[in-house]
Write a protein that binds this ligand. Structure first.
Ligand SMILES: *Cc1c(COP(=O)(O)O)cnc(C)c1O
Length: 436
């Protein structure tokens, strides 16, 4: 059956010599491999079930036609519409990943060498990759000891006339206290980019995280709460009228809203804060769009399961006051529980978190500890930053990372596994207190 001709860019109507918008099609054999990939198994029963599927799938071949578009089509639009609906915003652009979304926001701010960007001392390297790459000066804000999120009071101390951006990161899906940061940004004319990689569905004072700063980017990488087949990001903006520019910024400046009339001047730069910029390409595929739409519809259920696991752990940890548990929902704050922030008070526990981590490892409890002080990374040191000097300006970060916190998993676990994890933490801390 003929391929549908849905790509506006080419005159692919009922011409005698069509120009197919899609290159090579996928066929039923490919489809079976995709099923085999997404639903893996082995053994006779599995093989028999797969054989039965194959028999049925083969019948589709003569009846079906391939999609006319595989990139930036209606499925991507549907995913964006689902995001808008869920996030109560009219701005969502589906990009390859959160890092690509950050880049668009950074380019909007017309960042250049020597400009200062304030990031939290603890986050994933993706937050700082672009400003580091172009020679900005990264300024590391100390963390709030209770949440390990960026501390607004330290941000206030570190703003200078060169500060162009502040990047609050909602670590573990727990919202940063944004109001004081937005106030500072307004006063000093600074662009705010929310790194909401962990926080799709979190709320701050009745507003959806990621839609509050000038920009906000979510990650749909496979390790985050929901995914679009392994990679993906959603970029939102609260700048009035900017969304159409952001959509063009995703694909080299092309305007998708009208057919291309003139191949020469259809592509224009994207407006930035002070001057236009040249965008890159962070387009997403229809398959990713489909995958994201499906997972968004389950997001509330996923958060609920994660919240219940966190509630259980926090309740169990009440037993020992050396344990500082993850904060739960409050009137103002609704986290996504991407990670469980487990902290201990070293004085009361009779040892620091390094001891606890070792004990948990011995008991077979996985911890997710890949968020270290950025200023200690070799790449940052090699770029000329003095780690020890910066560490002096981030005392809470030093204390939290080396002495107090680790992250526990919350999802994909059985009731027994969660109970085992709680027992293991309680036992380990008790052992530390007894000097074992
Ligand atoms: C995962 C992550 C990112 C990057 O997300 P990608 O979609 O992989 O680019 C950014 N910030 C934080 C805090 C993250 O954990």
């Amino acid at each position: 059956m003929a391929k549908q001709t849905t790509d506006f860019r080419y005159n692919t109507g009922a011409t005698k010599v069509p120009w197919a918008a899609v290159g090579e099609n996928y066929n039923v054999h490919d489809l079976m491999e995709i099923i085999r990939f997404l639903m893996q198994g082995e053994g006779k029963e599995y093989d028999d079930a797969l054989e039965a599927v194959w028999k049925q799938v083969k019948k589709l071949e003569p009846l079906a036609s391939p999609p006319g578009k595989l990139s930036l089509g209606s499925r991507v639009e549907q995913a964006e519409a689902a995001c808008c609906d869920y996030l109560k915003t009219d701005s969502a652009t589906f990009v390859t990943n959160a890092t690509a979304g950050f880049e668009i926001a950074y380019k909007y701010a017309n960042l250049k060498e020597g400009d200062e960007v304030i990031v939290p001392a603890i986050t994933f390297v993706a937050t700082m990759a672009y400003p580091l790459a172009i020679g900005c000066k990264l300024v590391f804000a100390d963390v709030d000891p209770r949440t390990i999120n960026m501390d607004p009071a330290d941000v206030a101390r570190k703003i200078t006339p060169k500060t162009k951006m502040i990047v609050p990161v909602h670590i573990g899906g727990y919202p940063v206290d944004l109001d004081p940061i937005l106030e500072l940004a307004k006063k000093h004319d600074i662009v705010v980019l929310e790194d909401a990689a962990h926080a799709f569905g979190a709320m701050y004072k009745g507003r959806m995280i990621g839609t509050i700063g000038d920009f906000g980017a979510f990650s749909m990488h496979e390790v985050k709460n929901i995914t679009s087949f392994g990679e993906g990001g959603i970029l939102c903006t609260s700048i009035p009228g900017y969304t159409p520019h952001m959509k063009r910024a995703r694909f080299l400046g092309l305007d998708f809203s009208c057919p291309i009339k003139d191949w020469l001047y259809n592509i224009t730069p994207i407006p930035g804060k002070e001057h236009p910029f040249v965008p890159g390409n962070s387009s997403t595929t229809e398959i990713q769009g489909l995958g994201l739409t499906l997972q968004i519809s389950r997001n509330e259920e996923i958060i609920k399961i994660r919240r219940e696991a966190a509630e259980y752990l926090t309740k169990r940890f009440e037993e020992n006051d050396a344990i500082i548990p993850q904060l739960l929902d409050s009137e103002d704050i609704k986290p996504t529980y991407h990670l469980y922030l487990l902290q201990i008070d070293p004085a009361k526990a009779g040892g620091d978190v390094q001891v606890l981590k070792k004990k948990l490892e011995e008991k077979g409890v996985t911890q997710i500890a890949h968020f270290g002080p950025l200023y200690r990374f070799k790449i940052v040191q090699d770029m000329g930053y003095d780690s020890d000097e910066i560490a002096k300006t981030c005392p809470n970060c030093e204390e939290a990372f080396y002495k107090r916190f680790t992250h526990l998993p919350l999802y994909g676990l059985s009731k027994e596994q969660i109970e085992y994890m709680a027992d293991a933490v309680l036992e380990s801390v008790k052992e530390m207190q007894a000097g074992i």
